[in-house]
Ligand binder design. Sequence first.
Ligand SMILES: Cc1cc2nc3c(=O)[nH]c(=O)nc-3n(C[C@H](O)[C@H](O)[C@H](O)COP(=O)(O)OP(=O)(O)OC[C@H]3O[C@@H](n4cnc5c(N)ncnc54)[C@H](O)[C@@H]3O)c2cc1C
Length: 96
Amino acid sequence: MVSNDKKVFPKEICSHLKNFIFSFDKLCPGFIETNNLVYAPVIEWNTYRIKVNKEMETKLKNFYVIGDGSGLTQGIIAAGVTGILAARSIISKKRI
Ligand SMILES: Cc1cc2nc3c(=O)[nH]c(=O)nc-3n(C[C@H](O)[C@H](O)[C@H](O)COP(=O)(O)OP(=O)(O)OC[C@H]3O[C@@H](n4cnc5c(N)ncnc54)[C@H](O)[C@@H]3O)c2cc1C
């Protein structure tokens, strides 16, 4: 894991991951065994948050960022809601 994770995760995440694994081994001796398979954790809420207004529009006019790519959501419903916010905003602009 140590050699492979460098290719997948940034250095900072690797060091947190290693700390977690070694700490967990103290709680649960034998956790660090070559026969054990540890699935990589989902790294959530580690993305950049793009600044948007309440309608998900960035400071670039007419440029919207929605869903998990905005760094503001982490789930299907919230991602969908941001899409609705942007869609409503776009539609309201078209009406003007
Ligand atoms: C393993 C796993 C389990 C999850 N379980 C849940 C759960 O139980 N409940 C829950 O609410 N959420 C869950 N989520 C999170 C949920 O899947 C996401 O929050 C949600 O899908 C985000 O929606 P999105 O539209 O922002 O992005 P996505 O669903 O990732 O959609 C982005 C789309 O853009 C496409 N794309 C990417 N780059 C390009 C490009 N350059 N050109 C064209 N298309 C491109 C991708 O192929 C993809 O189809 C889970 C996520 C994972 C990974």
